[in-house]
Design a binder for this molecule. Structure first.
Ligand code: HEM
Length: 252
């Protein structure tokens, strides 16, 4: 298939012989799969990273665990770089596939606004949340992932807190937190609806439950994320005069 053919298939959903193409359905599926992988990653990421709420030792232990300390003496930060690279690849793929759903012109956007106002259609509004948070994450997530990929040795109770407080990364993290939690929450909800996974015998009632659970999960993750960010800020504030110093476990 030539590049021109595949572009036509992508845009029209029909191939050269005017038959319904399978490409859009495959792309849709790939978007769902990559989205699910990223949502699961974030679900665990925010919880692991909130280990700072249990103290510096807890976060230090977890950091070293991810660096493979049980198997490699002192841990190997390169493991984090590789993990960040893999996540970055999935992240970019997901964003590339999603780009085809952006309103492609201002007129199309205006039509969307009129449509959503007229119908007060909540799913259309969810779509708008997805597009705008996705756009923000494209930049903020890239900055964060690039930092994690290139400076994996700078993760830990003091190194992370210095970054958050003294390097003033907290506004970026706050915006990233809100956009990623909303994006993941709305995304997983839309996946549940789209593939009908929890429809059961009463889809209407079950969708209502899914919506409630998703709202509660978004609120929970936002609160945990903000609390963790405060903890990093507090440690960073107290540590500012020893900026750059590394944390040593109390027991060592
Ligand atoms: C393997 C890849 C990743 C690693 C190793 C990683 C690691 C970390 C670490 C150590 C922190 C604490 C602050 C710091 O040290 O700067 C953090 C915070 C954060 N990360 Fe990641 N991250 C990764 C991927 C992602 C992705 C893909 C996203 C979302 C697009 C994300 C969103 C966030 C957010 C929102 C915070 C702040 C959380 C809060 O407010 O408590 N991270 N990350």
């Amino acid at each position: 298939m030539s590049q021109q053919d595949s572009t036509i298939e992508l845009l029209t959903g029909r191939n050269r012989l005017n038959k319904k193409s399978r490409v859009p359905a495959r792309l849709d599926f790939l978007q769902s799969v990559t989205g699910l992988i990223l949502a699961l990653f974030i679900l665990f990421h925010i919880l692991f990273e909130s280990s700072i709420l249990f103290g510096k030792d807890a976060m230090y232990t977890l950091t070293k665990l991810f660096e493979g300390e049980p198997f490699i003496e002192g841990g190997e930060p390169l493991i984090i770089s590789v993990l960040a690279f893999v996540i970055f690849a999935v992240f970019i793929l997901h964003a590339l596939i999603a780009m085809r759903k952006f309103p492609s012109s201002y007129r199309e956007y205006q039509r969307y606004r009129a449509h959503s106002k007229l119908l007060k259609h909540s799913d259309t509004n969810l779509w708008f949340i997805q597009i705008s948070t996705g756009f923000m994450m494209f930049f903020l997530g890239s900055i964060h992932l690039y930092t994690m990929m290139t400076q994996p040795q700078n993760i830990g109770p003091f190194a992370s807190s210095d970054r958050v407080y003294s390097d003033v990364a907290w506004p970026m993290y706050l915006m990233l937190l809100v956009s990623v939690v909303l994006h993941a929450g709305v995304g997983v909800y839309r996946l549940i609806i789209k593939w009908g996974v929890l429809d059961g015998n009463d889809p209407r009632a079950n969708r209502k439950i899914s919506r409630k659970v998703m709202k509660a999960a978004v609120l929970f993750y936002l609160l945990v994320g903000i609390a963790s960010l405060f903890a990093y800020m507090k440690i960073g504030y107290e540590h500012q005069n020893e900026y750059g110093g590394r944390y040593m476990e109390k027991s060592k």
